[in-house]
Design a binder for this molecule. Structure first.
Ligand code: SAM
Length: 205
């Protein structure tokens, strides 16, 4: 069976995420600039990159390689088209992170924003072990309401996500990262308009 993310149209995803009542694309864009600036890193890997939100903040003088990983090839094609200015610095990798057999290049900084929700802690640990980053910066969504998808006209586009969704908790992510040798370096909350919040948690070796 296909992963539900292979069937979600990028335009529907981005329209939903950027609605005034959801505001996640905008919030994530600002948070990504901070993630890129925070550490001395030349190679960054962004897991679950979708349409490349935030890539406009990449400084080509700082980053030699920007790996964008996603299960959906059409999202990666769109990243390449939108951020053609990055040239060969942007390296798309189409891969299913749930597949234990995949190999991934190493990177200094690993970014996982709203991604661990769709692969779970154990699989994320395996990915971290493969990429061997110095720094890991994650954004997870904490719900204060029943549904993890905010109400919007696009809601039904996300119907199948229940099949792969894992609810995140700050403390569980910290324990998961401690188990693979990383300790918490930063934790910052960002409130959203719809009663949800994004939590950025960074780790270092
Ligand atoms: C909620 S979106 C987050 C996108 C982006 N990071 C953001 O913050 O807007 C999750 C992304 O992870 C990708 N994804 C989900 N499961 C995946 C998997 N098993 N392997 C690779 N990518 C996956 C989806 O295709 C999607 O682009």
């Amino acid at each position: 069976m296909t992963n539900p993310w292979e069937e979600i149209d990028l335009d529907d995803y981005e329209k939903h995420m950027s609605m005034e009542s959801v505001y996640q694309l905008q919030a994530m864009n600002e948070m990504m600039r901070e993630q890129f600036d925070a550490y001395d890193a030349e190679m960054v890997m962004i897991l679950g990159i979708a349409g490349g939100n935030g890539l406009e903040h990449i400084d080509k003088d700082k980053f030699k390689s920007v790996y964008g990983v996603d299960i959906n090839q059409s999202y990666l094609n769109e990243c390449k088209r939108r951020y053609s200015v990055l040239g060969d610095v942007f390296k798309p990798i189409c891969a299913d992170l749930l597949d234990g057999a995949i190999s991934l290049p190493c990177a200094d900084l690993l970014i996982a924003n709203l991604l661990i929700e769709y692969i779970g802690y154990e699989c994320f640990q395996k990915v971290v072990r493969k990429v061997k980053p110095k720094y890991v910066s994650c954004i997870i969504q904490i719900n204060t309401e029943a549904s993890f998808v905010s109400d919007s006209p696009y809601l039904h586009v996300f119907d199948r996500l229940d099949e792969v969704h894992h609810q995140m908790e700050e403390e569980s992510l910290i324990v998961c990262m401690n188990e693979v040798g990383y300790s918490k370096a930063l934790m910052a909350d960002r409130e959203l308009p719809n009663g949800k919040k994004l939590v950025r948690i960074d780790f270092r070796e």
